[in-house]
Design a binder for this molecule. Structure first.
Ligand code: NAP
Ligand code: GLV
Length: 321
């Protein structure tokens, strides 16, 4: 008997073909529309493995329905969309896709930092709107990136890759984690800082930690008030780590200078979201890992994790070991 799996979004053909070598595959065939909850609730009843995206809420009530479920494979490194404790209690393996997206996400984080500092989106809109009448001395001036200080909350895989990029721009890099990383400090020439110190001293603050109960609203009104008025906040980790309402007020009142945001508390973000009304916000639709090569690698790794788990092996990236 081949294990039965359900895939929650249309995947590239080569990934489905690989999965079909081992499994009986059923897939939600739409690319731009998530699977409705009631369909997922029906499908989960009869499957051994679930291949899902970060858009699916794999909570306890859903897992309760999956009485035959052995593996939940998430095509993302972040797995805050899955109730891992409930899965573990049921003996269900949960897997993710770390590593393959590290460099691509660090690229996008740096791109967002640069776009925000140099007002790239605003300047492009200005030109397209026909507002460019002449060159003038202080027109559309932004902040320098080279020589500035960068504070990283969450110096993990992506955080370290970001610190490497910052070195090329002669930036002074601070980081804050729960555990210090002396090796990374020596290798990258970076400095550990307590949370408040990092907020006070950084020209750019980048958030790159996972979304957990501990990191919910990790950056709120108090933290924003400690930042320089000239500082820029970048969040490419998860919405919910930064308190969006507090961020809106800080940006509107000039308590910080600008923000670059790839992730929102509710995705897709509503177009009438207050943050989108601000010109000093560069907002992106959760595209941190979105290069063609990387998305294929993530899709393949999620497939490999799922197959390994279903064949009774330990998946390469098991979250609940
Ligand atoms: P990682 O290697 O696990 O790094 C996470 C870092 O955060 C670790 O160094 C960890 O260090 C730190 N951290 C965790 N909890 C913390 C806390 N309460 N306070 C301070 N630091 C804390 O993960 P990664 O691969 O770099 O990915 C990071 C996150 O980026 C993912 O979880 C995901 O949500 C997000 N992401 C987003 C995109 C996108 O498309 N925008 C793409 C990829 C990833 P300690 O444990 O020592 O504290
Ligand atoms: C994307 O956000 C990921 O966690 O992989």
């Amino acid at each position: 008997m081949r294990p039965k799996i359900y895939i929650t979004r249309k995947l590239p053909d080569q990934i489905v073909t690989r999965l079909a070598e081992v499994c009986e595959v059923k897939m939600w065939e739409k690319e731009e529309e998530p699977v409705p909850r009631e369909i997922l609730e029906k499908e989960i009843v009869d499957i051994d493995g679930l291949y899902c995206l970060l858009t699916e809420n794999i909570d306890k009530p859903l897992l309760d329905l999956g009485t035959k479920l052995k593996v939940v494979s998430n095509m993302a490194v972040g797995y805050n969309n899955i109730d891992v404790a409930a899965a573990t209690e049921k003996g269900i393996m949960v897997t993710n896709t770390p590593g393959v997206l590290t460099e691509t996400t660090a690229d996008l984080t740096f791109a967002l930092l640069m776009a925000t500092a140099r007002r790239v989106v605003e300047a492009s809109d200005y030109l397209r709107a026909g507002d460019w009448k002449t060159w003038s001395p202080m027109q559309l001036t932004g902040k320098d990136i080279h020589g500035a200080s960068l504070g990283i909350f969450g110096l993990g895989r992506i955080g370290e890759a970001l610190a490497k990029r910052a070195r090329g721009f002669d930036m002074k890099v601070y980081y804050h984690n729960r555990t210090r990383k002396p090796e990374a400090e020596a290798q990258l020439g970076i400095e550990f800082a307590e949370k408040d110190q990092l907020l006070r001293e950084s020209d750019f603050v980048c958030v790159l930690m996972p979304f957990t109960p501990e990191t919910k609203n990790y950056i709120g009104a108090e933290e924003l008030s400690l930042m320089k008025k000239s500082a820029i906040l970048i969040n490419t980790a998860r919405g919910g780590i930064v308190d969006e309402e507090a961020l809106y007020h800080a940006l509107k009142n000039g308590d910080i200078w600008a923000a670059g945001i790839d992730v929102f508390e509710e995705e897709p973000v509503r177009t009438d979201h207050p943050l989108l009304s601000l010109q000093n916000v560069v907002a992106l639709p959760h595209i941190g890992s979105a290069s063609q090569k990387t998305r294929l690698k993530m899709a393949a790794l999620a497939a490999e994790n799922l197959v390994q788990g279903l064949l009774g092996e330990t998946p390469r990236h098991l979250v609940n070991r």
